[in-house]
Design a protein around this ligand. Structure first.
Ligand SMILES: Nc1ncnc2c1ncn2[C@@H]1O[C@H](COP(=O)(O)OP(=O)(O)O)[C@@H](O)[C@H]1O
Ligand SMILES: [Mg+2]
Length: 343
């Protein structure tokens, strides 16, 4: 019997457009002999629509303008309960962060991907770092700052903050929002002159920020973890992204064609083996389920954990499906495993 699947895309995240692109690729690769596929888009205000138009419009981000092929869903929980499996293809806030997963768990709807708890932990870069540090795995030296604490600081306290950053983290440094993705808000700061300006800029993206040491000579290494049907975990050969820009910002990730990937990553065999092992440990510690991409920086053979993505990019040039296929599991097979993993 064919399974009825609903692929969900879009949502209120800054990664709305990337989600549409990932969804387009996933819909294209889902075996139509095995699955009846419905497509459900979430607009940037959080409204759900059943979309019945050409899937090309999803990839090109034009589905929202295709008025005659989109029908507003009034009771989304009732609608989702009509499917065998819901497949959220969502990145970042309101999709990869546990909120939608919580709603699906409450509604007792089977869904693809990491569960509510793991998603909520992994979207939080600070909490993830704290848990990973407890495993004895290195993270880049960092300091966290909350907007309400910052707003209460007088000039003296701000000066103290600057001194602390200067002495403990040292320039250059990078400031990033705690719970964003796709490099939104990530800012490099070379010296003290524009530190305060940059701190205030990054607070526009999140109420909590991370100020951390910028690692200049680094390999950006990523490892795919997949829960197999027998419950064992596969950790892939790690791959590497070579950024067109000084760091892997939005332009380097999605627009600049000079960025590329290398599989395996250009690190020693020993480092690659360690990353595979660390990724499994991190997957378990952060209570992740089904799939995740675990990202590291490698510099002078030191391995620093950076972050986890519980629903990494799934476009045809995205690292996660490429890493898994390097291990012999093609895109279609990967989707079958993810759907069978749905709980
Ligand atoms: N400590 C750091 N040193 C050097 N580059 C960094 C550092 N932290 C982040 N970056 C750069 O910024 C990019 C985005 O940061 P990341 O923490 O991965 O957030 P996002 O969730 O937005 O991908 C990284 O891929 C890397 O290029
Ligand atoms: Mg990243």
């Amino acid at each position: 019997m064919k399974k009825n699947i609903a692929v969900i895309f879009g949502s209120m995240s800054s990664e709305h457009e990337i989600s549409c692109l990932s969804a387009y690729n996933i819909i294209k690769h889902l075996d139509k002999e095995k699955y009846n596929v419905d497509t459900i888009g979430i607009d940037k205000k959080g409204m759900f629509f059943k979309y019945t138009g050409d899937i090309e419009n999803i990839g090109k981000n034009k589905w929202i303008l295709d008025e005659k092929n989109k029908i507003k869903i009034e009771d989304i929980i009732a609608k989702l309960k009509t499917y065998d499996v819901v497949f959220p293809v969502l990145h970042g806030k309101y999709g990869e962060d546990g909120t939608l997963q919580g709603m699906l768990e409450f509604a007792k709807v089977k869904y693809v991907g990491c569960n509510n708890l793991g998603s909520s932990i992994a979207i939080n870069k600070i909490l993830s770092k704290e848990l990973v540090e407890s495993l004895g795995i290195l993270v880049v030296p960092y300091k966290t700052l909350k907007i309400n604490e910052y707003l209460k600081m007088d000039i003296k306290l701000k000066q103290k903050l600057i001194e602390e950053i200067k002495n403990k983290i040292k320039f250059p440094l990078i400031i990033k929002p705690n719970k964003e993705g796709s490099s939104y808000g990530v800012s490099k700061v070379d010296n003290v002159d524009n530190l305060i300006e940059k701190i205030e800029y990054v607070f526009r993206f999140d109420e909590e920020i991370i100020i951390e040491k910028y690692i200049s000579n680094r390999h950006e290494v990523e490892c795919a973890v997949l829960e197999m049907l027998d419950g064992t975990l596969l950790s892939s050969i790690p791959g590497e992204v070579i950024s067109a820009n000084e760091f892997y910002d939005f332009n380097a990730k999605y627009e600049n064609k000079s960025s590329y990937t290398k599989i395996p990553a250009q690190c020693s065999k020993e480092v690659l083996e360690k990353i595979k092992k660390y990724s499994l440990k991190i997957f378990k510690k952060l209570r992740l389920t089904s799939l995740s991409r675990v990202d590291f920086f490698v510099s002078h053979d030191k391995i620093y954990f950076n972050e986890v993505n519980t629903f990494p990019g799934f476009t045809n040039i995205s690292m996660y499906p490429m890493l898994i296929s390097y291990d012999g599991i093609g895109y279609e097979k990967l989707l079958d495993i993810l759907i069978q993993n749905a709980k």
